[in-house]
Write a protein that binds this ligand. Structure first.
Ligand code: SF4
Length: 247
């Protein structure tokens, strides 16, 4: 079995705990306006690699990952598009190296495709973009029904999750939407952490190189204050729900 790989990074520190090997899978069905890897969308591009070939890339650094409490993160693109390959990679990585596994996903996935993959996943980093359905379609090209359903399915399985939200002032920072996101997160089991990721413009050159129109030119990176506000609104929404749970 071969997977289509966009790229890999041997010392990742922002996609899960500790130092991690980060594998970027090729292919994504969304088209987020802020995507910093638009070259990862095409499902027919990338380099084809076997599970053994990826494991050989991981092996030299295994002791660093273990010593730091890190492991393997698979991201994209959208890794669930190649669920059987990633499941096999995770299974082998655990069996051979004893490493923990993290899946960074948009959640745009039908649960029926992801059972074996999630069985082999220790932690899901789930991206929630916006809660309003129309705003989600405008931002990513697709509505969010499938993503919310996938999140609920993970929750029902008691899957450990970190929720991540990319903050773009004027686009993904609406107060009521962030409160609603918090309420949704508060209704889920297994959420250990919420990360607000400040929007950045590092991938803009890729849009230009690919001849694609980048439509966020008027938007700026958030200030620390704006990031704090977003955390507070999400937390406020989350607390509204959890405060209603009678134990
Ligand atoms: S889900 Fe991720 S890879 Fe896909 S378009 Fe959005 S930001 Fe890019």
């Amino acid at each position: 079995m071969k997977g289509r790989i966009h790229s890999l990074e041997t010392f990742g520190t922002v996609d899960g705990p500790g130092i991690r090997f980060v594998l970027f899978m090729q292919g994504c069905a969304l088209q987020c306006r802020y995507c910093h890897n638009p070259d990862s969308w095409d499902t027919t591009a990338g380099t084809q690699m076997s599970v053994e070939e990826v494991l050989a890339e991981i092996e030299p650094y295994v002791h660093y990952y273990r010593a730091s409490g890190g492991g393997l993160t698979v991201t994209g693109g959208e890794p669930t598009l190649q669920a059987p390959f990633v499941a096999k990679l995770f299974e082998e990585c655990k069996r051979r190296f004893g490493l923990t596994t993290a899946l960074d996903s948009s959640g745009f996935c039908d649960p029926s495709h992801a059972g074996a993959l999630i069985d082999a996943t220790d932690l899901v980093l789930l991206d929630l973009k916006v809660m309003n359905r129309e705003a989600h379609t405008a931002l990513t090209s697709q509505p969010n029904d499938r993503i919310l359903k996938f999140a609920q399915w993970l929750s029902d399985r008691g899957q450990r999750m970190w929720i991540r939200h990319v903050l773009i002032p004027g686009l993904t920072d609406d107060a009521e939407d962030l409160l609603e996101m918090g309420r949704f997160i508060g209704s889920l089991n297994g959420v250990e952490k919420i990360e607000v990721l400040p929007y950045h413009r590092m991938g803009v050159y890729k849009w230009q190189q690919m001849g694609k129109e980048y439509t966020l030119d008027g938007f700026t990176e958030p200030t620390d204050k704006e990031v704090t506000r977003a955390y507070q609104l999400i937390e406020q929404g989350r607390t509204q729900v959890t405060a209603n749970i009678v134990v």
